[in-house]
Design a protein around this ligand. Structure first.
Ligand SMILES: Nc1ncnc2c1ncn2[C@@H]1O[C@H](COP(=O)(O)OP(=O)(O)O)[C@@H](O)[C@H]1O
Ligand SMILES: [Mg+2]
Length: 257
């Protein structure tokens, strides 16, 4: 269980990016986080990963506080962040370079196979398309066999076709060993295609406005009228989030829909 309790982040410039966020993410759950730019989505993900420390509140994974980056938690960012001087294989294996060579090689090649890039193991990052580079970033995050995978707008720099392709691919990867997935996106459709629950955030300060549990059968069908209906509902919530202004310390229970 990934547990977020009353998590707040105030940056040194005084900006309150997150205000008392509370979340429980079950093992194997896919949680979508949507919200306009600046509402604290990336800050939340960095806190979940341990890359950044909260001002107050806690993140725990299976009862253990998350206080720094750890192997059980994989992260994928919007840009692939591959090291240009390393081959794709060495990029993917970078996080497990402490393992014996043979094991590193077999785990790296397994991850590359799972994302369909084994034939490009010896290629350089510059030789890959945007979609392929992002698949390499996924392989790098998966190679440590994380129980939690955090994704920050992982497909938003890609064209629509590649994006849909990778959304399906992500579900295949997830089905293999079912890590807990937290997916930040500003794309409602992407959130609905992938997520069990969708959290809608509001800005200034970053808070959770709504937690939606869309009762949509899987695999999700983008042309299903119920899918369309939920897209509209979430758009409405996003609109509400952008109009919403809250100050001070008053209670603000998230709505459940
Ligand atoms: N290092 C930082 N110092 C000061 N303010 C920051 C810093 N990082 C982010 N912010 C501010 O915090 C708010 C939330 O940012 P961010 O988490 O990146 O939002 P999102 O990912 O939803 O766009 C924004 O107003 C942003 O300007
Ligand atoms: Mg962001």
């Amino acid at each position: 269980m990934l547990l977020v309790d009353s998590l707040s982040k105030r940056y040194p410039n005084g900006h309150l990016a997150l205000d008392r966020i509370g979340l429980e993410v079950a093992p194997g759950e896919i949680l979508g986080v949507v919200g306009g730019s600046g509402c604290g989505k990336s800050t939340l993900l960095r806190l979940l990963s341990g890359l950044e420390v909260p001002t107050s509140g806690t993140v725990t994974l299976n009862g253990q506080p998350v206080r720094g980056p750890r192997g059980e938690i994989g992260v994928v960012f919007q840009e692939p962040r591959l090291m240009p001087w390393l081959s794709i294989r060495d990029n993917v294996g970078f996080g497990i370079r402490h393992l014996p060579k043979a094991e590193r090689r077999s785990r790296t090649d397994e991850a590359l196979t799972r994302v369909g890039l084994i034939d490009f193991a010896g290629a350089w990052p510059r030789e890959l398309s945007g979609g392929m580079a992002q698949r390499a970033a996924l392989a790098r995050a998966l190679v440590g066999r994380p129980s939690v995978l955090l994704l920050d707008e992982p497909f938003s720099a890609l064209d629509a076709l590649t994006r849909c392709d990778l959304q399906d691919h992500l579900l295949d990867l997830w089905a293999y060993d079912r890590p807990t997935l937290v997916l930040v996106t500003h794309d409602i459709e992407e959130a609905l295609v992938l997520s069990d629950r969708v959290v809608v955030m509001q800005p200034r300060p970053g808070r959770i406005l709504t937690v939606a549990t869309p009762p949509l059968p899987r695999p999700r069908d983008r042309s299903d009228p119920l899918f369309e209906e939920w897209k509209r509902r979430l758009l409405g919530e996003l609109g509400r989030a952008s109009r919403h202004r809250t100050d001070g310390d008053e209670a603000f229970p998230a709505a459940a829909i």
